[in-house]
Design a protein around this ligand. Structure first.
Ligand SMILES: *Cc1c(COP(=O)(O)O)cnc(C)c1O
Length: 398
């Protein structure tokens, strides 16, 4: 096994050939806008929505411009307004609190536990001590909390749950598709997620009135009857004059690229999980390194892997990062004092009121994170794990 890994952690697979062909077809006819359809034509966007609704088992689906837009749209649809408090994860990515802030609403952060999921006892506390009536639950890096316990807590307190499934598209908890516990769920089809259209998002929901609001919000004008996976026309009667158009539609070009990818999603998930399990088993038993054990009832998508260097000194973690980087392995660290790249945490989002979560800080400080793009082979994954194991071992002993 060589000393240095030479693959790219940000290189995704190409768009599948049938996606490229479908995209060319749209480019050739020129009808890219979702409502620009020929006589008798449904349009790629409407068809994608139908297929996504079928895949998730949701009654309704809506395709939009991004995952962040889908989240903000869901928050608006359930009635969050300026100055409302909204509960959300302390461990997530910046577009999540950003979506809350885009409404002028106020994020209230809930801590993260050692399984990298939301801390349910902190959730109970925050439900009591805040005025929030909505939880924006982010399944950050694909880790799903005990959804049955979470829903029990939220239902008992009449807190609505919106799920951010940017990292759980295709995942399940106890047999239930991720995104089917809450009242609405948002997905992203941005390049680094589970399907790639550059940018894009999807929203699902079973409630006709809420989905009618979301469709109008997304910029449907009075063309909502072209949404084949939307609620029936009567759902719009009472709200079509009251819901503002906050444009954020998906277009037919992106939808064309996504439809073949949706068909291949299960296959992709198997490929990700094979890679994940190789890295996981390569790291298992490394002194000083804590793996995140995945519950049996969690059918996850291993598109990235995390591990903890709990209570390590900052300098030593920096040392591990640097040594791994020198051998071509890019680890992201959520514990750095200054946010960099994609990693930031609740204390970096200073538009939100300052909050203190000391138990979460201990976890956040220790989280190392690595993408597993499908351009990596299984051998690549074994090599990467061996490099990390080796470098963590060297630094641990100093
Ligand atoms: C990527 C991401 C989003 C937002 O998706 P975009 O399509 O980039 O707007 C939301 N939540 C999480 C956890 C993400 O990783």
């Amino acid at each position: 096994m060589t000393d240095k890994f030479t693959g790219s952690f940000t290189q995704q697979e190409p768009i599948p050939e049938d996606g490229i062909q479908a995209a060319l077809k749209v480019l050739r006819h020129g009808r890219l806008h979702r409502y620009n359809v020929a006589e008798g034509e449904a349009g790629e966007t409407a068809l994608l929505e139908c297929e996504f609704a079928a895949m998730t088992g949701a009654k309704y689906a809506l395709a939009v411009a991004s995952g962040g837009y889908a989240i903000a749209c869901a928050l608006r649809a359930v009635g969050v307004v300026c100055a409302d408090e909204v509960l959300s994860n302390a461990f997530t990515l910046a577009p999540v609190p950003g979506a809350i802030a885009s409404l002028g609403a106020v994020p209230v952060f809930v801590g993260v536990d050692h399984s990298l999921t939301i801390d349910l006892s902190d959730l109970k506390d925050k439900i009591k001590t805040s005025k929030a009536r909505v939880l924006l639950l982010s399944h950050m890096r694909g880790h799903i909390c005990d959804m049955d316990a979470l829903m029990e807590i939220c239902d008992a307190a009449s807190v609505l749950v919106i799920e951010d499934c940017a990292h759980t598209m295709g995942a399940r908890w106890n047999g239930v598709v991720s995104g089917r516990h809450g009242v609405m769920a948002a997905y992203s089809t941005q390049t680094y997620k589970h399907m790639n259209s550059g940018e894009g998002g999807l929203l699902i929901c079973d409630d006709a009135a809420l989905m009618a609001r979301a469709v109008m919000l997304s910029g449907s004008y009075m063309l909502y009857d072209r949404h084949l996976a939307g609620p029936p026309a009567e759902a719009y009667t009472d709200l079509r004059y009251d819901v503002p158009n906050i444009s954020g539609r998906m277009d037919n070009l992106r939808a064309a690229i996504l439809r073949p990818q949706l068909k291949a999603l299960d296959q992709q998930i198997s490929a990700w999980n094979a890679r994940y399990r190789i890295v996981e088993s390569g790291l298992r038993g490394t002194a000083g390194l804590t793996l995140i054990e995945r519950p049996d009832v969690e059918k996850f998508v291993g598109s990235s892997i995390q591990f903890l260097l709990l209570d390590w000194q900052t300098g030593k973690i920096e040392d591990v990062l640097q040594r791994c980087r020198a051998r071509g392995v890019e680890l992201k660290w959520f514990g750095r004092d200054e946010p960099s790249g994609f990693t930031s945490r609740y204390d970096s989002w200073r538009y939100a009121p300052a909050q203190s979560l000391p138990q979460s800080d201990r976890v956040l400080k220790s989280i190392l994170d690595m993408r597993l793009p499908l351009t990596f082979t299984l051998e690549d994954c074994a090599q990467i794990a061996a490099i990390i194991r080796n470098e963590v071992g060297v630094v641990y002993q100093t």
